[in-house]
Design a protein around this ligand. Sequence first.
Ligand code: AMP
Ligand code: GLY
Length: 455
Amino acid sequence: MEKIIMYPGESGKETMNWKDVQGQHITAYERRVLVLGSGGREHALAWKLAQGEGALVYIAPGNAGTAQVGTNVNIKLSDFESIKEICLKQNIDLVIVGPEQPLVDGIVDFFKNDEALKAVKIIGPDKRGAQLEGSKAFAKDFMEKYDIPTAKCFKVSKDNLEEGYKFLESVSSPYVLKADGLAAGKGVLILDDLQEAKGELGKMLDGKFGAASATVVIEEFLKGIEVSVFVLTDGEHYVLLPEAKDYKRIGDGDQGLNTGGMGAVSPVPFCTSEFLNRVEDRIVKPTLKGLKAEGIDYKGFIFLGLMNDDGNPYVIEYNVRMGDPETEAVMTRIEGDFVDMLFACADGRLNEVHYAKSEKTAVTVMLVSGGYPEAYQKGKKMDIGPLKDIVAFHAGTAFDADGNIITSGGRVIAVTAHGDSIEEARKTAYREVEKIHFEGVNFRHDIGLDLMNIR
Ligand code: AMP
Ligand code: GLY
């Protein structure tokens, strides 16, 4: 049977199993990029990569939004062999890994060790580099060794539980307990009461977060305001991407449960050039120096979760990928050829790259499913738009059998608006948010409000 390959933008609805496109050669674009992931972050990356001269973009597995800017390929991120196959069949030049799990699982090592994939570039750290996010204990040891400002900590396993209790007694409330390994963003507990902290420490070591909490890092509580700073490095050189603030709690006024992120603002008013210079001198440069000294060849994103304490930056955590929903704000402020920037990164030529940041402020509001971040509803029909003056990045969306867009995840769609001020961008974002409907829809009403009077 003859298959019709639809080019990006033709219908906006194509979703193909990779087997359907085997052997077909698409020549519309010179550069071919594969983005791995299926969230708002990946839609924003794919959207940016497809802009202008851009690239022919494939997204695996993607969502209903990524299908508007590229071709979705239905493969699992744990299936490295199928990822390899699509790279070879579609002559992919460059792979961008969205989420952390494949990096921690060694997808970059897999690419580097496979003769057939030698010509395919990949953006992301290898398994050792990914430990910066994959193991909090590794990250803390690294920061200690290279003198990078962070909270004091103590590492506990079942063998030294008594010492762990003593450390808790020696610091003041609130108490911060972190599962060493990846725990789907849920592995951090912050507790006011010492007895409760001791109890939770025991439960974590007993497997509250599975193997991820066999080791627990107890940290001193840092005060200040959080900010996400994004670095793209080729191991030698680096570029600072626009920074952003994330809103993690489900409710207005930072109330309620933690989520994957309910919105973002970029730029962040308190991130002055003086503060960012400190971030570069005290954190970015020593981090890159440390990676080199450890023999870790790091080509990819480093997302610094920072605390700004009175103008001084401290690392709360390293992530080895871009943030979500920060990327949905950040990508819209990068002016210039992002595809070029990533190729330069892969080739170790980031020093040749100069790009501009838009002067505009981006405000991103995330629309989520009813019930999220606890058990949530799925499969709800969506009525979107028509929308204007904003970009809507899809996260948990899919097509039903009739081609209608339905909800398929907790975080559903992110609306990014721009303005000369946070106030202006907020106005546009919230005006358009009101035009997206699905049963149970929820969003925060206060994204950016806290930043409006900070200078
Ligand atoms: P993490 O998964 O490490 O980003 O932690 C989740 C959230 O917990 C962070 O975004 C902070 O809001 C908070 N947090 C983590 N570590 C600390 C700390 N040492 N002091 C204060 N807040 C923290
Ligand atoms: N927005 C936080 C994260 O991506 O981890």
